[in-house]
Design a binder for this molecule. Structure first.
Ligand SMILES: NC(=O)c1ccc[n+]([C@@H]2O[C@H](COP(=O)([O-])OP(=O)(O)OC[C@H]3O[C@@H](n4cnc5c(N)ncnc54)[C@H](OP(=O)(O)O)[C@@H]3O)[C@@H](O)[C@H]2O)c1
Length: 355
């Protein structure tokens, strides 16, 4: 069995603020000890960043998200203490640290070791490196769960977002017709994922395009994977969503233009989605989704990846020392695929194997 050190190197968010101001390396951070049987200790090989990671770090007050804590939740690695779970030491796994575990234990993916309930882990697809597999859990499950509404045709607003990348591929595997938006430079990429029709959102707002070119049949689902705070897409959706269809947002994001503009934007958005149809509101269902950690969903995704039905896409990889550069890349807002931190350096395109 691999010897487990008492301390590790971890990136720790010490107070509220952006990564460049509040993230610090701690080379003497305790390696967590599983407290109950079934909690599995994983030696992390790669961690994938999510926009939620820097948003929580920057916005969430201490009483909501206690500091210090280790950010990020998507990991791949090797089991080093299976602790009476269904896993064995040496298993290569991928997992998602739940909000509950992160908040109660202050653990996160930007460290060398993490323990998490076996129910938050599955075996890594054998055809993926640790690096690409780390990016599967959050965005893959979000896409899979959005598609549980069993649509027939779908518009993915933000086809080059990581959520959009999975949504298009899974939707195509379900036989759906897919229309997707992105900026023109990503057209070939988005079509390559399987999109049947493409809208360049930099040329014309998608709601304008879709109102003029009303789809036949109308969409049964519009997924706003770009998390727009501008409600125009929903406001005009009667022109392109079927009466029984649905608009799903991954969570409209109000910040970035200052608090006042953010607050105003939120109020406008809330009014657009809450105003009842009989009072002039939009007569289409709206809901916001938050990813639910389900082992069965993660298992299904990994099987789809293993079968080649779904291809994980990595925008860029960074060394463990370069976490701040990785955040800069993600926060630029134009990544295509996951930004991944290799906690253990890749060797010849594949991270070092074993525990
Ligand atoms: N609800 C949940 O549980 C959940 C789960 C995961 C993610 N999210 C949220 O979902 C959003 C997307 O996350 P992600 O990780 O998929 O994002 P991401 O990969 O970081 O998204 C980057 C992409 O967004 C595209 N984009 C930016 N503005 C756009 C617009 N107006 N229209 C269309 N595309 C646009 C960019 O394309 P261009 O360079 O071409 O502009 C870029 O390719 C974030 O707000 C995240 O917090 C929510």
């Amino acid at each position: 069995m691999t010897s487990i050190p008492q301390t590790q190197t971890a990136w720790v968010a010490t107070t509220r603020g952006p990564p460049s101001k509040v993230l610090q390396v701690n080379q003497d951070y305790p390696v967590p000890t599983p407290t109950k049987s079934g909690d599995v200790l994983v030696k992390i090989h790669a961690a994938a960043l999510n926009p939620a990671g820097w948003k929580i770090m920057t916005i969430a007050p201490n009483f909501v998200w206690e500091r210090p804590y280790i950010p990020e939740v998507d990991v791949s690695g090797v089991v080093v203490d299976a602790n009476e779970s269904q896993f064995s030491n040496g298993d290569q796994v991928v997992g998602l640290i739940s909000t509950a575990v992160q908040r109660s234990t202050h653990q996160g993916a930007l460290s060398q070791y993490v323990f998490l309930p076996a129910s938050q882990l599955v075996l890594k697809p054998s055809n993926q490196s640790f690096s690409s597999a780390a990016g599967i859990p959050t965005v893959g499950q979000t896409a899979l769960q959005a598609l549980r509404t069993t649509p027939k045709t779908i518009f993915v607003n933000g086809g080059s977002t990581s959520v959009g990348i999975y949504t298009i591929q899974i939707a195509k595997s379900m036989g759906l017709r897919v229309v997707a938006s992105a900026s023109g430079r990503n057209e070939a990429f988005v079509r390559g994922l399987g999109a049947d029709e493409f809208i360049d959102y930099t040329t014309e707002p998608p709601h304008v395009y879709l109102t003029r070119n009303s789809p036949t049949p109308l969409f049964s689902l519009v997924l706003d994977a770009a998390a727009l705070i501008d409600p125009s897409l929903y406001r005009h959706s009667e022109g392109f969503i079927d009466k029984s269809g649905m608009f799903i947002s991954v969570g409209p994001w109000p910040f970035g233009r200052g608090w006042k503009a953010g607050l105003l934007g939120t109020m406008k958005y809330l009014w657009a989605v809450l105003q009842p149809g009989w009072a002039g509101g939009v007569k289409r269902s709206w809901k916001m989704i938050t990813v639910t950690r389900r082992q069965a969903d993660l298992q299904k995704l990994c099987e789809m990846v293993e079968a080649g039905t779904v291809r994980p896409v990595t925008d860029s990889t960074y060394d463990f020392n370069d976490v701040l550069d990785a955040y800069n890349q993600l926060m630029g807002g134009h990544v295509v695929g996951k930004v991944v931190v290799n906690v253990i350096p890749e060797r010849g395109g594949q991270e070092g194997e074993g525990g």
